[in-house]
Design a protein around this ligand. Sequence first.
Ligand code: 13P
Ligand code: SF4
Length: 303
Amino acid sequence: WPAYAPLIKAINDLKKKRNAVILAHNYMTPEIFNCVGDFRGDSLQLAKEAARVEADVIVQAGVHFMAETSKLLSPDKTVLIPDPLAGCSLAESITAEDVRMLREVYPGVPIVTYVNTSAAVKAECDICCTSSNAVKVVESLGVPRVLLIPDEYLAKYVQTQTKVEIIAWKGHCEVHERFTADDIAAMRAADPGLKVIAHPECPPEVIAVADFTGSTAAMINYVTSKRPRKVALITECSMASNVAVQAPDVEFIRPCNLCPHMKRISLENIYEALRDMKYEVDVDPIVAAKARRAVERMVNLTN
Ligand code: 13P
Ligand code: SF4
């Protein structure tokens, strides 16, 4: 990425000056992911890194709920998000008040919250999960029934993997809900040897016809370890570009959808974030204390 070289150098210089690290989600564009990201991964890997990182400043190259999660796990560090409008349709789909209502409707049923929620929602829940540990988290509770909010499709996927009864909410990821089983059928018709790998935020009829379902890290692991001849990653567009760097012998077909929230993060605004120390992400201390319990309970479970 030679055109980006001056900006990449400026960012890497500022990281040293500020004693900062950049946590880059797997959906970041390749020049961010490969050239300035210090730690890369899925939501769980980034949360674990935020808990143990030794820098003074964390720049979250991801969306707002990820930056909040980093702040919960590293309250003494300055956490910056390069664009505060980098949201998430799942996080928008449920409020803390909705969760309080669910507690009244389902008294005594534990509430597991997907990490794609606000800190205020996490504060009302018993434990957090990500797409890579949702089944483990649900089963760790040792109860016959749990609420798993807010992603309806993740909840339905988890239901296929466990005997615990899962009660879902109606949130959806605006990126993954757009894939259809017909898309997959057309891809397979064009190439019968194709491996199809789907994120659990996809609709059930997509997951039903995929060869493998997993978090973004699990998808990368599948491709780099199994080295399929040709693969379709049913997820956000940057994934294929980022995995291709690690698996140059694999052919990717790219029926992807862009996440407009993830795509708000750019090299330019990462540079400005470090230059101007903006935009700082903070969580109200009372909310943070409760939300941290739910996130730490998950992190401790899967360490
Ligand atoms: P992962 O935890 O699998 O990286 O998912 C995060 C996300 O936002 C997927 O849309
Ligand atoms: Fe949210 Fe979907 Fe974007 Fe992930 S891809 S941040 S779940 S809108």
